[in-house]
Design a protein around this ligand. Structure first.
Ligand SMILES: CC(C)(COP(=O)(O)OP(=O)(O)OC[C@H]1O[C@@H](n2cnc3c(N)ncnc32)[C@H](O)[C@@H]1OP(=O)(O)O)[C@@H](O)C(=O)NCCC(=O)NCCS
Length: 208
């Protein structure tokens, strides 16, 4: 997405900040923002995080990795686990629904504006080696605007292309191309999503 601000628009955007801050507080509440600020302290870098819902607060288990999270929403029970030397990056506008777990021993990247459904698991290794084998760690990339249905699993070495949908309960073991709907165990593409036509509108200004 083009995030550039039109010429002369910067000042207007800054003047608009207080109004947008109030609108955001009204919409999501003070609690979500305060809990987000507390969570933020445990991350290598972050935007404005919202912690939504009940009291099973999101958990950050950083074992010596690097976790960067944009302006995201986390729901109760989310768990982010990042091992020594590993990285987790999550882009702006993405939300992680209830009980989602992201486990990285190497690298997990989740793009912008993704919707990660409840009870989803994303992991870039099997966490244990097969008998007589070695532990395989392979990066996972979930590109922008991907929607992952409830209880899906995304396993090591997978790239899910932007604007794709992963069905509830899917087990994703292979790459999924952009604009695809993939379902099942293992997940297979069942159809392609029509690409939106380019519009004549200018760039969208981001909310606070
Ligand atoms: C993937 C999904 C979006 C597809 O919806 P849809 O376009 O309406 O799909 P349809 O119901 O037309 O199903 C198309 C085919 O895929 C199958 N299918 C759909 N979803 C499936 C799934 N999750 N797993 C396995 N098969 C699935 C259907 O049985 C159907 O098969 P058929 O052609 O043999 O009859 C939807 O089924 C889904 O899984 N949504 C996720 C909901 C969710 O978890 N939301 C997040 C809450 S936190």
């Amino acid at each position: 997405m083009n995030r550039s601000i039109p010429a002369g628009g910067g000042l207007a955007l800054r003047r608009d900040v207080p109004r947008r801050v109030v609108a955001r507080l009204r919409r999501y509440g003070l609690r979500a923002h305060v809990l987000g600020l507390l969570l933020r302290r445990r991350l290598a870098g972050s935007g404005l995080i919202l912690v939504m819902g009940g009291w099973h607060l999101p958990e950050i288990d950083d074992r010596g990795g690097r976790i960067n999270v944009g302006s995201c929403a986390f729901y109760p029970g989310v768990r982010i686990e990042c091992w020594k030397g590993a990285s987790i990056r999550i882009g702006d506008g993405t939300f992680l629904n209830r009980n989602t777990e992201v486990v990285s021993l190497g690298s997990v990247t989740i793009g912008r504006d993704c919707k990660i459904g409840r009870d989803v698991i994303v992991m870039d290794s099997d966490q244990h080696e097969l008998p007589g084998g070695r532990l395989v760690i392979a990066p996972v990339v979930i590109e922008d605007r991907v929607w992952i249905g409830a209880r899906a699993m995304v396993l090591k070495g997978v790239r899910i292309g932007h604007d794709s949908v992963i069905g509830a309960g899917a087990i994703v073991t292979k790459n999924v191309p952009p604009f695809s709907v993939a379902v099942g165990q293992p997940a297979k593409v069942i159809r392609t999503i029509e690409r939106p036509q380019p519009t004549a509108r200018g760039p969208r200004l981001e909310a606070v």
